[in-house]
Design a protein around this ligand. Sequence first.
Ligand code: FAD
Length: 391
Amino acid sequence: MESYDVVVVGARSAGAATAMLFARAGYRVLLLDRMRFPSDTLSTQHIHRPGLRLLRDWGLLGRLVDTGCPPVRRISYTVGDVRLEGRVPVEEGIDAVYAPRRYILDSLLIEAAAEAGAEFREGCAVNGVLAEDGRVTGVRWRTPGGAPAEARARLVVGADGMRSTMAGLFGARPEREDAPMTCAYYGYWEGLPAQFEVYERPGRLIGVVGTHDERTLVAAYFPQSEFADVRRSPDRAYLEALRTTAPELAARAEGADRVERLRGTGSQLNFFRPARGAGWVLVGDAGCHKDSITGTGISDAFEQASRLAGLVGDGLHDMAALDAALERYAESRRLLMEPRYDMALESARLHVPDERMDFLRWIASDPGSSEAFLSVAVSHVEAGHFAGSAP
Ligand SMILES: Cc1cc2nc3c(=O)[nH]c(=O)nc-3n(C[C@H](O)[C@H](O)[C@H](O)COP(=O)(O)OP(=O)(O)OC[C@H]3O[C@@H](n4cnc5c(N)ncnc54)[C@H](O)[C@@H]3O)c2cc1C
């Protein structure tokens, strides 16, 4: 049987980044995904500043820009008659937001993992774990041809997303769950140049950002209680949300073309699963999933991958050191994710309280304060998402 230091299941933001970092640390890594790449996934694509910083540190931000991902340098937030607008803040040399198409970003991460020495196998659906004395020691999967295969590993990483098969196999049941609060639909437009724009009214939020191929992504969020209605006629609901929440954007869109099909989901699950156990660990959505309204999932996945690889360091071959590192990772993930989870749920209420309107009117009167407020959205997600809660 083949033997690795680390087997990573799932090869997108969480898994490919984790595989790359362990491979760069000199470990023998196997990266498995049931999909074949390039492959798209259900996600809008704005990467928050902490995620961009990591891409830059990993030597990948320049490569992402070279794929034609446009830098977006202006930002606006509009609620009713109040509009804040400004430049995206420059921080450590990063002066833009980026929203790459996922089939480009995820392939770029997989390539970086493979360049670092990770062995990538696609079309491989993991369906079992190997275990000895209560410790996970490897995985089983089906090859693209349908043959059973297995590999041993000192550490098995579940990075297989919200509906994680690995969490089920590890017995990692949610330790906290909250009811879904929104549903989201998004589409792509041509001929609709845009900055990074957010529009809000009670019960609706519209997010807009430029992406690859001179297309603009426009996403609409609705309360979960309206999901049955929205899914019955998503195009109608989407265009209604645009007209009533962002009339100025809707007017600009009249001369533009919608391309690709509208995508959406009501599965905005909110939960924490345990981060680790004997011989296994969960990274990304597999371990903690929250409403996508704050758009931090990619960045969160990168940060978790970075913390995991950093904490394990050179301790993978010493079982006691590995277990201690995984425990530290669990605590580090809790500290990272709890505030972001709470912030996502607060934003997902889609409330626009009067106090926020008063506050926005007050800072709208001062361009300096407006820019400082808007910079929170891209720089310091912990400080409160401007679309959801005033800092
Ligand atoms: C509507 C919507 C909008 C969003 N907008 C944003 C945004 O603007 N910005 C942002 O940062 N985040 C956003 N997110 C969240 C973001 O997409 C996720 O948080 C992020 O993709 C999580 O990455 P992941 O690697 O943990 O999981 P995933 O991206 O789900 O990847 C999991 C991988 O595991 C593979 N897999 C699953 N099961 C198996 C198996 N048994 N064997 C092998 N492989 C398996 C899958 O094929 C998949 O490739 C959005 C999400 C949604 C739904």
